[in-house]
Ligand binder design. Structure first.
Ligand code: SF4
Length: 66
């Protein structure tokens, strides 16, 4: 089973903690200084890393999408 995750671009401050937690899923881009989700579907093997990124995001900008 796969899952989708998104970063609220209005909330993100671009410090990149999410990329540090799950570099397979999140990418900080210099052009807008925000983090972007680079996987359409997050495989089960990466959900724990995404959960960690959600916990560590200082802006609560990351959430699972059903
Ligand atoms: S941890 Fe949160 S605020 Fe920081 S770059 Fe990632 S989504 Fe943005």
């Amino acid at each position: 089973m796969s899952h989708r995750v998104e970063v609220d671009q209005q909330m993100c401050e671009g410090h990149g903690k999410c990329q540090a937690s799950a570099p397979e899923v999140f990418e900080h881009r210099d052009e807008d200084d925000l983090s972007h989700v680079i996987l359409d579907e997050v495989p089960d093997t990466l959900t724990a890393k995404v959960d960690r990124a959600i916990r560590l995001c200082p802006r609560q900008a990351i959430r699972w999408v059903s």
